[in-house]
Design a protein around this ligand. Structure first.
Ligand code: COI
Length: 420
């Protein structure tokens, strides 16, 4: 185990106006560059630099402008942009910070995605009758990019997100980009927004791919048109507790998912469905809600935004993936890391009573990373974990995972994708 990364101190944390880039499988174009003086074809790396320079002296009239291409040129003679955006990198939370570019790609129902483009970040236009607005035909993904000390930029298992998006799209009757298109689009978006990737140890660039029914539809049916979009935002810790243990309450009446439903895919409605219970819990001072299965009201499912793990001795258990639980990529990675460190891992039904005599409980997710649980309240009874702060196992797994994600330890798993 990498002992240097401790829980408390370390955050894992073209020509003319059409620039054709990158992989032949998914042509990407940038429309239009804020300022185009250079008519050479650019490599992704020089593209990123070019974008930084352009961004410095081009500005939106405002970020909520509906016309994403409407740019005002402040001063075409300004200096080259500094390497990093001028923001307070020491106080990043988990909130949207608008960046320079977003990626978009459209296709009609029955067709396949073929050509995407990077455009200035801004509002998008949708028909009031869009499938996503009326019938919730939408999915999202979440992944992160980290900046290394040597300047390299790292992604963690992006192909897993691409694959999960495809599975979700099948369930939601949507076409989806191929895994290669997905990964190339993520890379292009990250490079275009490179100056927004936090310095090493200060956080990460959260990448939010969306897939939605953007075509107009009135009768209930799949949308006639689909949009794949990626935006990014620099982020710090997800919970306001930072890296300190969170306090959960078990919800016994409201359920996140039901067998045969969509709990196992990352559809947007799954997240709207937990807001009521989550808001009530927060109003009572809890950090978040832990859901039970809807049939027996007895087995753990997941927390609103993350998977849950229970530690007892050398055994680490987590609810099995059975259609109602999101197959988290961090979840899957932690199981492998734990195995490689000699723990016994179990994916099974985990009864709520097991919380009573667990040694530790922790949550995993892209946004939350590995988040230790300090207490869980069930039917009015509160159980606390780790009187001395973060539990040993949670800390060990957090350190191992984040060291890998940030490029501090050798990637023996082959999980890291280097961008530069
Ligand atoms: C993530 O962890 O990336 C998620 O998608 C959860 C989201 C609610 C922030």
């Amino acid at each position: 185990m990498e002992s240097g990364a401790v829980f408390a101190g370390l955050h894992p944390n073209s020509p003319s106006h059409h620039l054709l880039l990158g992989p032949s499988r998914s042509a990407i174009k940038i429309l239009p560059p804020p300022i185009s003086t250079d008519h050479k074809l650019l490599s992704p790396h020089s593209l990123s630099l070019q974008l930084q320079k352009q961004t410095r002296f081009a500005s939106f009239s405002n970020h909520s402008n509906n016309n994403v291409n409407s740019l005002r040129v402040a001063s075409p003679t300004s200096n080259v942009a500094s390497e990093l955006a001028d923001i307070d990198w020491d106080n990043l939370g988990f909130g949207l910070m608008p960046t320079d570019y977003m990626y978009t790609m459209k296709c009609s129902q029955g067709e396949t995605f073929s050509k995407g483009e990077l455009i200035r970040f801004g509002n998008i236009e949708l028909s009031p009758s869009a499938g996503v607005l009326n019938y919730g035909q939408g999915l999202f993904e979440g992944l992160k990019a980290y900046r290394k000390h040597d300047g390299n930029i790292l992604l963690f298992r992006p192909e897993e997100n691409g694959q999960r998006l495809r599975l979700g799209a099948e369930r939601m009757c949507m076409p989806a980009p191929t895994v290669d298109q997905f990964v190339e689009a993520v890379k292009a978006t990250v490079l275009a927004n490179e100056r927004w990737i936090p310095p090493p140890g200060k956080g990460s660039l959260y990448i939010r791919p969306l897939l939605m029914g953007s075509g107009a539809v009135l009768g209930l049916a799949p949308s006639p048109e689909y949009t794949f979009l990626i935006y990014v935002s620099p982020v710090g810790n997800y919970f306001k507790e930072g890296l300190a243990p969170i306090n959960l309450i078990v919800e016994t009446e409201i359920h996140r998912a039901t067998p045969g439903g969509t709990g196992g895919v990352k559809t947007i409605g799954n997240y709207a469905a937990v807001l009521q219970a989550q808001s009530a819990a927060k109003a009572k001072g809890y950090s978040d809600v832990l859901y039970l299965d809807s049939i027996n009201k007895k087995y753990l499912e997941e927390v609103s935004s993350c998977n849950v793990f229970v530690v007892k001795g050398n055994v680490i258990s987590t609810p099995a993936i059975k259609g109602t639980i999101l197959p988290g990529i961090t979840r899957k990675s932690i199981l492998d890391v734990a195995l490689s460190q000699g723990f016994q891992v179990e994916e099974r039904h985990v009864a709520v009573e097991e919380l009573l005599d667990a040694d530790e409980v922790f949550c995993t997710g892209t946004a939350v990373v590995v988040s230790p649980v300090g207490s869980i309240t069930y039917l009015g009874k509160r159980v606390s974990y780790g009187s001395e702060g973060v539990g040993r196992v949670s800390q060990q797994l957090y350190s191992a995972l984040t060291s890998l994600q940030m490029g501090l330890t050798e990637d023996k798993m082959g999980w890291i994708v280097e961008l530069k």
